[in-house]
Design a protein around this ligand. Structure first.
Ligand SMILES: [Ca+2]
Ligand SMILES: [Ca+2]
Length: 117
């Protein structure tokens, strides 16, 4: 056990990006693009724009706007279609929505999955 812990401490970290200060809120990490490396949905706090960061190779694509008042509940394949989906709450109403994942990391129209949150 001690040997395993020592090995973990020596693991090499990998730089994925810079400038990730308090300007961003992450909505989840999963292999969205399908290229075998994890991708990150993140909202730019100042604008409410939700971007998908595919890194490597560090491609950024805008997924949506108007996400400033949402809280992420996570990223999972909620509808069991093989693509990660975004689950998020509209903070102004307490409604939780499913945003099904679509091709290239885009999101399909949302459906309400819970209220009162
Ligand atoms: Ca990737
Ligand atoms: Ca899905």
């Amino acid at each position: 056990m001690a040997e395993l812990l020592a090995q973990r401490r020596q693991a090499t970290r990998v730089l994925l990006g810079t400038g990730w200060s308090t300007n961003y809120s992450t909505f989840g990490i999963a292999n969205v693009v399908g290229d075998s490396t994890p991708d990150v949905y993140a909202r730019l706090t100042s604008t409410g724009i939700l971007n998908l960061y595919d890194f490597p190779p560090n491609n950024v694509s805008q997924v949506g706007t108007g996400w400033g008042n949402f809280t992420s509940f996570g990223l999972t394949d909620f509808n069991s279609d093989g693509k990660p989906d975004v689950i998020a709450r509209d903070n102004s109403t307490g409604t939780v929505y499913l945003y099904p994942g679509a091709a290239n990391g885009l999101l399909s129209p949302r459906t309400s999955i819970a209220t009162g949150w």
